[in-house]
Design a protein around this ligand. Structure first.
Ligand code: MG
Length: 376
């Protein structure tokens, strides 16, 4: 079997999703999804295609590395190049699974679990504590036993300078009030994570982490920017609140220092953005030997989410996977099946060949970026 073509479509969801389809000389195709590459992903994938034509699609790791090394001067350690390559990699797994009549998790070494626990991102950055509490209760009633809220707020009236990363006392109190309202609303047995989006300096992050200790958080996410691992480690070592980071890192190389220095309690690679399925599993395996769990970041449509689920199924140290489409009903329409693939806050890992879900062309076409065309 040989790769004969690679095509992309751009779908607007949580930002850009780029769907990638790999075609073969035997008529079999595989489809993947990558995220966060904006409109660059399609252009980069089109450029990468020349390196993949007439290659054997079963050599997934070799093809990934062939392309990555060819782009060494163009950003092969992170960013748009890796996100684009990730879309191709996921499409190859779908293709090979279909060719062998096996679900992808089976090709990744089999599964540790049949269903993947999700947490629902609830947003909330600019919401008042009472409305956060109300929303938390609603989401828990949908079946989720883990939720996440944003606690950084650009419009906070106590924020005195939009560039300075130091927290003010009023801002800190707003964060405490919000977390307190959510905890009170859902009770002690629901996991609550909160996100600061890397927008605070080290001493501010430590103050927040310590102030939130009484609320027994699942994690505090990116309290400082992700670039400085030593600062992240300082925050982690100062508090009993678990620290989670990694949604803006790429490949094993990007996670190496974070893991080796044990600068976080939990890692959160975005698998359809930062690495793909094979590399995602390797990152999880690196973290496993330091007893660090993995809770992947995820803002993809259902195809990319299911791709992440196959990795989450195949590693022992999976904690929980993000779902970021609350209130956007069309998420379920993007793949065939009618019913939601989410049941009571979990996704069952598909047993069908490949990724186990197919995009629904009629639904996807409705949300494509204007001026772009569907697969041939
Ligand atoms: Mg985040």
């Amino acid at each position: 079997m040989k790769i004969k073509d690679i095509q992309t479509i751009e779908v607007l969801g949580h930002g850009y999703s780029t769907y990638v389809r790999v075609y073969t000389d035997e008529g079999l195709t595989g489809t993947g999804e990558c995220i966060h590459g904006r409109s660059a992903s399609s252009a980069i994938i089109s450029d990468m295609k020349a390196l993949l034509l007439n290659e054997n699609p079963f050599d997934i790791d070799r093809l990934f590395e062939k392309v990555r090394r060819a782009y060494i001067f163009d950003g092969a350690i992170g960013g748009n190049v890796i996100s684009a390559l990730t879309g191709i990699e996921i499409a190859l797994w779908d293709l090979v699974g279909k060719a062998l009549n096996l679900p992808v998790y089976q090709l990744l070494g089999g599964k540790f679990r049949d269903k993947i626990r999700l947490y629902s991102d609830c947003g909330g950055g600019m919401d008042e504590p009472e409305s956060c509490g109300k929303k938390a209760k609603e989401v828990v009633s949908m079946g989720f036993n883990a939720i996440k809220f944003d606690i950084d707020d650009f419009n906070n009236p106590y924020k005195l300078d939009s560039w300075n990363w130091s927290i003010t006392p009023g801002e800190l109190q707003s964060m405490i009030d919000k977390v307190s309202a959510v905890r009170e609303s859902v009770g002690p047995n629901i996991d609550i994570a909160v996100d600061m989006h890397g927008r605070y300096d080290t001493h501010s992050a430590i103050r927040v982490a310590k102030a939130l200790e009484p609320y027994n958080l699942l994690w505090l996410e990116e309290p400082v920017p992700p670039e400085n691992i030593t600062a992240m480690r300082e925050v982690k070592s100062s508090t009993s609140t678990p620290i989670c980071a990694g949604e803006n890192l790429f490949l094993r190389y990007g996670f190496r220092e974070l893991i080796e220095k044990q600068a976080v309690d939990i890692i959160m690679p975005d698998i359809p953005k930062c690495c793909g399925l094979s590399e995602g599993r390797k990152i999880a395996n690196m973290a496993e030997i330091y007893y660090i769990p993995m809770a992947p970041h995820n803002v993809c449509g259902p195809l990319g989410t299911i791709a992440s689920c196959h990795v989450c199924a195949s590693i022992p140290n999976f904690l929980v996977l993000e779902w970021h489409w609350l209130g956007r009903k069309h998420w379920d329409e993007l793949v065939f099946g009618g019913d939601s693939i989410i049941k009571d806050g979990y996704i069952e890992v598909p047993d069908r060949p490949g990724l186990g879900v197919e995009i629904n062309p009629d639904a996807v076409k409705k949300y494509m970026r204007s001026g772009t065309k569907f697969f041939d």
